[in-house]
Design a protein around this ligand. Sequence first.
Ligand SMILES: *[C@@H]1O[C@H](CO)[C@@H](O)[C@H](O)[C@H]1NC(C)=O
Ligand SMILES: *[C@@H]1O[C@H](CO)[C@@H](O)[C@H](O)[C@H]1NC(C)=O
Length: 451
Amino acid sequence: MRLVLKSTTRGSILNWGKRRRMGGTGPFIPILGVASCVVFIYLSFGDLWPAYPVGPAWSFVQRNGTRFMLDGKPFYINGWNSYWLMDHSADNQRKHKTTAMLEAGSKMGLTVCRTWAFNDGGHNALQVSPGRFEEKVFRALDHVIAEAKAHKVRLLLSLVNNLKPYGGKDRYVKWAWEEGVGLSASNDSFFYDPSIKKYFKHYLQTMLTRRNTVTGLEYRNDPTIFAWELMNEPRCMTDPSGDTVQNWIEEMSAYVKSIDKNHLLTVGLEGFYGPKNPKRLTVNPADWAADLGSDFVRNSKVSHIDFASVHIYPDHWIAHRSFEDKLSFVSKWMLSHIEDGHYELNKPVLFTEFGLSNLNKDFQPSQRDWLYKTVYDIIYKSAKRKRAGGGAMMWQLFVEDMDDSNDDFGIVPWERASTYKLITEQSCKLAKLRGAIEENQNLKELCLRKQ
Ligand SMILES: *[C@@H]1O[C@H](CO)[C@@H](O)[C@H](O)[C@H]1NC(C)=O
Ligand SMILES: *[C@@H]1O[C@H](CO)[C@@H](O)[C@H](O)[C@H]1NC(C)=O
């Protein structure tokens, strides 16, 4: 497997070099042609891999029915969110935080990190204006991917925000409006305005075919990327029927797959049930949740969507309820979605964000441990029974001295021993199910020492 992948990589680079050369040369005599080609290839290798440690090649994460698969074995995810990796990597003074975070995550046995592969307009923008990209920031994302690979962490890359931070759909709408092509001032026109959909497709095309300046690989060919996520938390309140978001998912997921068939794709949903699923409405945190224009089962059923995504925010969604009530909501919420993955979707369900705010008036850090434990136990039980719970990812992790990027959910995991223990134990339990502990030095140190 390793050899095959490695030679594919070499092959594609060689072809790329050849194509470029052939484009520019006329009819040489054959021997001279071959010789100059060899020289050219030699030079382009030197160019493309400036002493980058190649390491063993690795495979794409795939899925079989309700389970993620890696190298022919089920893959259950203990993961985390650090949205800020590209942004920090764009500044030389802050770049080391990316490396520190990925290294720490890897030491904790975490296998997937979810992060933003977008920054539309504003400070450190990747996309400065429609179709104009800042090379310095793209190189920062190249760096994030190369560092993730170096630390054996895969990435779930989100492609646009429904919310305002880092531009989001509002920025696209503003751009269209400024260029005089936007049909509507509603920020939901992101989902249906033809000009805006064209902007976004152009962005997708650029992202998927980006050639990483560190590794030489196109993003669409890089197994370091675990999956793409269309949008962080899509909502379209101007169309509670759900048709607008549904059409957008169908169109954009087909577009992604027309360019990149290697990677898994998810939507980025919060997981609310919509009007087309009346049986499930009582699982929603409250009545408002059915009117946001998203619909978990219907959206996740789209054929090009490989797995479902769900978020878990009891203290935003049912703020007034007791902590015990919140935990029982979390259990019910998770079990319901895992069941949908099994019976309705035949796809894995990944809980891509969960967390607890420290702004609640009765907040105690031990409550976070309770939440983490609740989530982790459900994932583990599901995995053990070969059900559809594919894993869970904390919102969100930092390293020290990052208060300016933190919110009321973030933690530095080693600052609280009990939390650290919960996280690492989950890594070990999931790795053990997969039989993967012996394969990985970090897991060996983490999981074999105390058992
Ligand atoms: C997928 O899973 C099914 C059922 O567990 C199994 O029969 C099949 O061999 C699997 N396919 C692959 C490619 O692993
Ligand atoms: C759209 O978003 C912009 C920027 O966030 C905001 O100022 C504006 O009020 C929004 N427009 C509508 C119609 O909600």
